[in-house]
Write a protein that binds this ligand. Sequence first.
Ligand code: PLP
Length: 449
Amino acid sequence: MGTIQIRTAIPGPKSKALMERRNAAVARGPFHATPVFAARAEGASIEDVDGNRFIDFAGGIGCLNVGHKSPRVMNALRAQLDQFLHVCFSVTPYESYIAVAEKLNALTPGKFPKKTVIVNSGAEAVENAIKIARAYTKRPAVICFEDAFHGRTFMAMSLTSKPHPYKAGFEPMASDVYRIPYAYQYRSPAGTTAEEFAHHLEDAFKRHVAAENVAAVIAEPVLGEGGFVVPPRDYFAALHKISRKHGILFIADEVQSGIARTGKWFASEHFGVEPDLLVSAKSLGGGMPIAAVTGRAEVMDAPGVGGLGGTFGGHPLSCAAALAAIETIEKDGLLARSTEIGKRFEARARDWHKKWELIGEVRGLGGMCAIELVRDARTKEPADTETKELGKYCYEHGLITITAGTYGNVMRILVPLVVTDEQFEEGMDVLESGLATVAEKKQLAQATI
Ligand code: PLP
């Protein structure tokens, strides 16, 4: 591993000036993982307004699986720009919306007839999935999970687990939402089985809500914002079985785990489940805003005409970009690439795990991989400030990262899958030297106590 040099003071003067303007003009609500402002991006790299170059391990929070300015996406956008921008699918429909629906119907798990509705964002798609489930089952309640993140709109926020910063002060939440523990093995008693984790669902019918009042169970197949937690392989099959027994729909929120992130089109495939409804977004658009709900045709058709949709849902530019992103994943072998990235990450991170107590767990599914940082391997006290310091070290040394986890102590990898081996290893070098710096500092602090 080469010595990592700090290249220049980061943030540079132009980013600093923009941050001042941002603070004066923009609400403080939207957070920033880095204090640098983007000027251009390509593949897996970003250049900021001061000319600093970064390797991008965040991909705009998992939206760039096909990379920045993916050539097919750019060509499709240019072609669409010459045709028309907005006519509204609810006024004058167009083919690309149908083509995206057909693709998603074919790519999502399950051989049954499917239909799709397209919207603008992950949260909006989650809202719609719940509406559809309620319309079909004619039941009000929804069961969700601890450590879940489903977005910031009202139902999505109500389904989300973490009060700060997502919910506190925005009450009241939507009603008829019940929460059970997720299969977070690292933070559960050792040896807890998939069936034991899934039993929380049966238990909820005794303790919280009658099964016959529940429309849907909504789960992320791999927790995204919750810290890239990968449940045991039989977990979702067990949950799905219980749900089916009670006539409850199973919704997979694959906003972050879908579209090749885990080495398959959708993470649900790893678990052998065929969700009744599946929510996709983020990397579906190759960098453009688009999201969808795909599911059993009879369920999707439960809401009446006019009950779903929106002015911009399935915008022509977003549909063109989505079709090009899907083609890129298919033609450029990005499913296999995601698996390979996961293996490369794991090989190096396992060495780190042996070396530093700071690393509590290395985990992941394909290219959706992470390390959970703890202060003490035995107590598993979350190392949140250390994780923050690691993120800062990274951007100061040319690597853009993003953290996760209910306790803010997970460093996750959402690198564009088009990253070159050299870029990936360089990024991992930065992470490694950052970990060494943070771990050393921690040891020094302990020695002086
Ligand atoms: N669901 C999951 C699993 C997510 O990770 C996110 C965003 O990170 C959302 C929903 C919300 O998506 P959006 O930010 O596009 O509204």
